[in-house]
Design a protein around this ligand. Structure first.
Ligand SMILES: Cc1cc2nc3c(=O)[nH]c(=O)nc-3n(C[C@H](O)[C@H](O)[C@H](O)COP(=O)(O)O)c2cc1C
Length: 384
């Protein structure tokens, strides 16, 4: 069950849109057989009436269709099911060993069910709700995969239209249809060798007003909040905003995005010709699209087992294995988009407040009108 608290009244919401987001998380070449068993659907339990949020907490239940097979192993009551044998061969790269040490258990099962990224289905529901709220204020998000294993897909974030459609149709959430085969072969090779793969993905958010987040305290900086949200996803080991680490090769003159008068006629009279900052300066959005990128480490459950120690007897053994993904980078990109949407929706509510989406929309329009009044120059005026 996912509970989303603090939503204004009046956000359009139905189970179909939740199902679309959940289905995106289950897609992607390299997912395990579990994805076929568990066709996720969110059932709205509370917080919505006649297709709109009520302003009360929203509760959504996602049933685990695989539950029947696990009802005994994960029985709530003691003594009604025969006890399952304890699992004692911790997988390197997972929560298994530190979790057993911290929570004083000799049975890894106590740790592995909750540390599983199955939990990200709940995050995707929260992100779907956040995206509905963001739609009211003209914000849209895209996720795309930028590399799997050794294959690197470079290039700018593709523009609207065709590229976005290709990303949605792709098994890997990529716009470069001619690279799909190469990625599939890479995943197949890893699978054949009992191995797994990681990769990188990018999140883009368009339509953001300047001034979300703040420079005044460390924990209000929007780049920090986005980084924390992305890093909190299981397996994410690096996050970049804008061009990130690749910026090392540039001097300040080449790195920073010069400010110039806009000739786009889209309201604000100021613009940038580039977006190496990824849409955030001083912990605040600057009006350019937010661009974040994350690296996911290779999946730690490998069919060719990594060496570990059996905690039952101290012997050297292969790590525990149960059905698992070979590569979950496309799915992680969907979760990354959800987490970014949650952070942005929070930032909008913090800045504009409102008990209803109408209040939120009014405050947002007033702010934009003020910026357009105060920061508008027509080209030529003010030059020099
Ligand atoms: C969408 C998604 C699916 C994942 N699927 C698996 C999986 O099938 N098997 C596995 O061992 N790890 C899987 N992981 C990764 C582990 O959950 C993760 O590596 C583990 O929690 C340890 O990572 P951490 O050190 O960053 O917490 C998945 C992660 C995500 C985001």
């Amino acid at each position: 069950v996912v509970i989303v608290e603090g939503l204004p009244k009046g956000i359009p919401l139905d189970e179909e849109s939740l199902a679309r987001h959940l289905a995106r998380r289950q897609r992607g070449y390299g997912r395990g057989p579990r994805m076929q068993i568990e066709r996720d659907r969110g059932t709205i339990l509370a917080g919505v009436r006649y297709g709109r949020t009520l302003g009360s907490p929203l509760a959504v239940e996602i049933r685990n269709r695989d539950w029947d097979r696990w009802a005994g192993v994960m029985d709530v009551a003691a003594g009604t099911s025969p006890p399952a044998p304890p699992i004692t061969r911790p997988r390197p790269g997972h929560a298994d060993l530190p979790g057993m040490m911290k929570y004083r258990t000799g049975d890894m099962r106590d740790i592995i069910e909750r540390s599983s990224a199955r939990e990200t289905a709940a995050r995707v529901v929260a992100g779907a709700v956040a995206e509905e709220l963001l739609r009211v204020v003209g914000v849209s998000l895209v996720n795309r995969v930028t590399g799997i294993g050794p294959v690197e897909l470079e290039g700018e974030f593709p523009d609207e239209g065709d590229a976005l459609r290709r990303i949605e149709e792709s098994e890997f959430f990529i716009a470069e249809a001619d690279r799909e085969k190469e990625l599939r072969e890479e995943v197949d090779r890893a699978a054949a060798g009992g191995d797994t793969l990681g990769g990188t993905f990018q999140i883009l958010a368009r339509g953001l007003v300047p001034g979300l987040g703040s420079h005044v305290h460390w924990d209000r900086r929007l780049d920090g909040r986005v980084a924390q949200a992305l890093m909190s996803i299981q397996g994410i080991k690096g996050v970049e905003i804008g061009i990130g680490f690749r910026g090392r090769q540039l001097g300040g003159l080449a790195f920073h995005d010069a400010i110039h008068l806009s000739r786009r006629g889209d309201g604000l009279g100021l613009a940038r010709g580039s977006n190496r900052a990824g849409g955030v300066e001083g912990g605040m959005t600057n009006g350019e699209p937010l661009v974040a990128r994350a690296f996911m480490k290779p999946i730690p459950t490998t069919r060719s087992p990594l060496p570990t120690v059996d905690l039952a007897d101290g012997s050297t053994v292969g790590a525990h294995h149960e059905r698992s993904d070979v590569c979950a980078v496309p799915a992680a990109s969907v979760v990354g988009r959800a987490m970014t949407a949650v952070v942005l929706a929070d930032a909008y509510l913090e800045k504009f407040g409102g008990d209803t989406v109408a209040d939120l929309g009014e405050a947002w329009r007033n702010y934009r009108e003020r910026l357009e009044r105060e920061f508008h120059w027509s080209a030529g005026q003010g030059d020099g």
